[in-house]
Each structure stands twice: as C-alpha cells, then as structure tokens.
Design a protein around this ligand. Structure first.
Ligand SMILES: [Zn+2]
Length: 238
C-alpha cells in the first residue's frame, strides 16, 4: 500500500489571510482533510504532518516524509491584488516529478478558473543545487521520491479567495489531486459514491410525522406481521 504524507502547511498563528476572512491555515487544513479522505478511499495510506492546532517548523514537517512514497504540502499564494492562478513546486532533485506537478497545476487552474502558472522549481541561492523551500529540502533529504508544494490560487486576490473559501470547492481540488497522485502511484482512483435518496424515504418520514410509526426505518427493511398489525392499529386509533 503506497503511503502519502499530506502537509497542511502553516498552522494556527500564521497570519496569511485574504481580504474577506479566509485564513491560509484554515483553508489548507480543510483541503488536506479532504485529500486524506479521498486517498484512503482509494486504498492509499494517508497521514498528515500535524494536528489541527499544531504548527511544527518546515524542516520538521519535511523530515517526516521519511518512509513515505509522496509528500504534498498545501498552500495558497499571496502577491499583488491582481495576481491569480495555480502553481506547483517540485524538488530540483526530483526532475521526474515535473509532469505530475504540471498535471496538478493544469487541473487546479481549470477547476478554479484562473491562470495555470505551471510546474516550477526554486533553487536556493545560499546552497546551489538545493531547493529553496524548507519543506521540500527536508523531504528530499529524507529520501521521499515524490515531493510537491501546491499553491492553490492567491488568497490575496478577491476572486481566488472567494473560490477557496468554499469547502465544497476545496473538496473538488482534493479529488483532482487524489486522482493524479493515484495515477502516479499506480493505484486506481475510486470516485466517491454519492448515495441517492430512496423514493420511500419521504413516505416513511410522513408515517413518523403522523405517529403511525415511532422511529425511522431503512426503506428496504422487511416488516413482520406484528409490526404490520401495530401500524394498522396506529392508523385506526390515530
Ligand atoms: Zn503558504
């Protein structure tokens, strides 16, 4: 079973926020939990680098990637008010990850309706040949084979912020990420089964409202003669 480590990025106390109330550490926590659920549904072991109320440093979070097949760090970007779009960083030491990073960027931008800023690496000026971002550097040092840092839109832009404020939208992003990671790890992506309402449910609710039955039942449960007799008695006396 492949193992993915999801890094919800910044923790509480981080001040990155949008103009109308979005906080990066809140949005990226929600996105991470959606991704974790999607990966587990697909048969992938998925863990997080931190608890909701904790904020370990970048090196500590990246170092946790030891023994994992993939590390993905979740962020939303900040810049000029007009700047929008999605970009995905991969490690300069993992050039084969470029195509997966590019795929995540394409699909994220498509979902968000903003520019695709592409798959990028950022080198360290202080230590040439190393990655600039601490989490990526530490995950690479830990030997993790696939490392990504995703910037899902700019929370400093009102349109991008409005989009990522929605948990439903974040779920769409998470599902897109999950499908790509599944493909990368050779696992079949399994879409969520949405349970459709049974035609009998409103009828059963009506019987409860009319006090013909005391509690709700699964519409496909079988009924005994005793239960049927009780129902008829309740109709007569009701
Ligand atoms: Zn960030």
């Amino acid at each position: 079973m492949p193992k993915v480590l999801i890094d919800p990025g910044h923790g509480p106390g981080n001040v990155n926020k949008g103009p109308t109330g979005y906080f990066e550490h809140v949005g990226m926590w929600i996105l991470s939990k959606h991704l974790q659920a999607a990966l587990i549904r697909c048969g992938i072991s998925a863990a997080l680098t931190r608890m909701e109320d904790a904020y370990p440093g970048t090196t500590a979070r990246g170092a946790m990637a030891k023994g994992y097949d993939c590390f993905i760090s979740q962020h939303s970007n900040a810049g000029a008010v007009s700047a929008r779009g999605c970009e995905v960083y991969y490690s300069a030491l993992r050039p084969n990850d470029k195509k997966w990073a590019a795929e995540i960027a394409i699909q994220s931008a498509q979902l968000m309706g903003n520019p695709n800023r592409g798959a990028l690496t950022k080198g360290s000026a202080a230590s040439p040949g190393q990655d600039y971002y601490g989490v990526i550097r530490a995950a690479a040092a830990a030997g993790c084979p696939h490392i990504f840092l995703v910037e899902s839109g700019f929370h400093s832009n009102p349109q991008d912020e409005a989009w990522i404020k929605s948990s439903e939208n974040l779920k769409k992003l998470a599902e897109a990420q999950a499908a790509i990671l599944c493909q990368m790890l050779g696992v079949k992506y399994v879409a969520e089964v949405v349970k459709t309402a049974h035609w009998g449910e409103p009828l059963i609710r009506q019987m409860m409202d009319d006090k013909v039955i005391g509690s709700g039942h699964d519409p496909d449960d079988v009924v005994t003669w005793a239960e049927l007799a009780a129902v008829i008695k309740n109709i007569k006396t009701g």
